[in-house]
Design a protein around this ligand. Structure first.
Ligand code: UDP
Length: 235
């Protein structure tokens, strides 16, 4: 398998063309970023931790009927996945108030919401991923109504699967970000699921076990992600 042709280099991953035309290789990097790339640091070991955690989560979702881009986990930092037409959307689901919701509405952090909130952001580093609403998504032809309804339903289903998954190992799933792509006219889950793109709080003390330790200088990111992986592996 060749890694020669780099298709895309992102903040946390490099993407290479795989042998088959419709597949790509994702290689996780040791780089941590926050504030849309304005804060950046190389943290040795981070890439393999993100990848291993994401592999455990994706394997569990696949076992429970969620269609994803994953073809094969090749190593602790490399995955073979289907090449998809990715929707330029970050789909955020929130169970508990935190982050930008707290900043925007000045609500108290840590409040369990009456029902999950789904928000969409337009993926653009240059524009700082602006909030986008459903009618903008339709009118700008980013996704049609049927596609968006499907994405919302799938996001709620993933939430229902992941809440008990993390609860069993002592974490509250506060919020998370997903991305979707289209493969053979079917909408599937792409990207990753790691503490880089979700908030996990220790149920006991509400301690952050996610990228907030890096964003807010609250602790050692690699040690924190190692602890998350350990708990999921011991499950
Ligand atoms: N998130 C992400 N990528 C982004 C923005 C947010 O993965 O570019 C995740 C973030 O880790 C959190 C959730 O989406 O789990 C909600 O983030 P929020 O809107 O609260 O923004 P933040 O406080 O992280 O700026």
């Amino acid at each position: 398998m060749t890694e020669d042709k780099l298709l895309y280099t992102g903040k946390a991953k490099n993407v290479y063309q795989a042998q088959q035309d419709d597949e790509v290789l994702i290689v996780y990097k040791d780089q941590a970023t926050a504030l849309n790339g304005k804060k950046k640091e190389i943290l040795p070991g981070k890439g393999t931790l993100d990848c291993q955690i994401s592999q455990l989560v994706f394997n569990y979702l696949i076992k429970n009927g969620i269609k994803t881009h994953l073809v094969e986990n090749l190593s602790d930092h490399k995955q073979l996945v289907k090449k998809t037409d990715v929707f330029p959307l970050e789909v955020v689901l929130r169970n508990i108030t935190s982050g930008s919701l707290v900043r925007k509405f000045q609500v108290e952090e840590g409040q369990r919401l009456a029902e999950p909130i789904i928000e969409f952001y337009y993926k653009s580093d240059a524009l700082d991923d602006p909030f986008i609403n459903e009618s903008q998504i339709h009118a700008l032809k980013i996704a049609d109504k049927t596609e968006l309804e499907f994405i919302k339903k799938m996001t709620l289903k993933i939430n229902e699967l992941l809440k008990p998954f993390f609860d069993q190992v002592g974490f509250d799933l506060v919020d998370f970000k997903l991305e979707y792509g289209k493969y053979n006219n079917e909408i599937i889950l792409v990207d990753e699921f790691s503490p880089d793109n979700c908030r996990l709080w220790n149920k006991k003390d509400h301690h952050s076990m996610d990228k907030d330790v890096f964003r807010k200088h609250k602790g050692d990111l690699v040690e924190t992600y190692q602890a998350v992986l350990q708990r999921l592996q011991d499950k």
